[in-house]
Design a protein around this ligand. Structure first.
Ligand code: 77Q
Ligand code: MG
Length: 215
């Protein structure tokens, strides 16, 4: 097919969603991915859990690892008060280009900083480049084998402090066994599993919420 799946998702947003209305962007993507083509957005069911964690944490600075088309970026940013922002990292330039347009359509570009690159390269520069002290919330949704090394890197860089909440997608499907073992057995984290389903399917998946307790 000439167009990519992210391009078709953007088309669905431009056809069905209202400019400046984040909820209509979310609804348009969920409808397209449930009824037309599956795609790896966190989706509506796990998305509601994400919403509740964002509301509970009321973060000022959020780090999202894995933007894809910007679906979860929009879900998070729409709940942030003025002055709060989400820094979202995307490795794939084609995904990033689509996400920028989806975020713009939702009218949330002032609350979002989209950065292109690999987590391992960017995390050590976050403090210096963005003037971030520590993140209040980190949403992990990128390469599943990078969840653990990047959590350790965030710790080493002082970007995780007492009270920082890590929320990880796909801890069952595709699965992140080494990450789960780490946060569930570490005395420095208080971890909780939110059982759900893989986006737009009946397969089990879930989110793991881990609160850093300090050293
Ligand atoms: O792979 C997934 N996501 C990651 C995509 C690539 C991220 C690349 N990337 C972005 C930022 C970044 C920074 N540094 C390095 C790399 C970086 C994913 C997969 C499934 C899935 C797929 C098939 C299936 F049969 C069942 C489930 C479901 C999900 O919800 C997912 O999230
Ligand atoms: Mg995911």
């Amino acid at each position: 097919t000439r167009t990519s799946r992210p391009q078709r998702i953007l088309k669905a947003v431009q056809r069905k969603a209202t400019v400046g209305d984040p909820q209509s962007v979310i609804t348009a993507i969920d409808h397209f991915c449930r009824h037309r083509e599956w795609a790896m957005n966190v989706g509506d069911e796990k998305g509601s859990i994400l919403d509740s964690v964002v509301n509970e944490v009321s973060p000022v600075t959020v780090l999202e690892l894995g933007t894809y088309c910007g679906y979860s970026t929009v879900r998070i940013a729409r709940l942030l008060p003025p002055g709060a922002c989400v820094i979202t990292l995307e490795f794939n330039p084609d995904y990033a280009a689509i996400a920028r347009q989806v975020i713009k359509w939702s009218g949330l570009e002032d609350k979002v900083q989209l950065v292109e690159g690999a987590s391992g390269d960017w995390i050590p520069w976050m403090k210096e480049h963005f003037g971030v002290q520590a993140f209040d919330l980190v949403f992990l949704d990128h390469w599943k084998e990078r969840y653990l090394p990047d959590t350790k890197l965030l710790e080493e860089c002082g970007l995780i402090q007492k009270g920082t909440v890590l929320l990880a997608d796909n801890v069952i499907c595709p699965g992140t066994p080494d990450y789960l073992e780490y946060v569930r057995n570490s005395p420095h984290y208080n971890s909780q599993y939110y059982r759900s389903h893989l986006e737009y399917t009946k397969a089990e998946d879930g989110l793991e919420k881990s609160v850093f307790l300090g050293y």
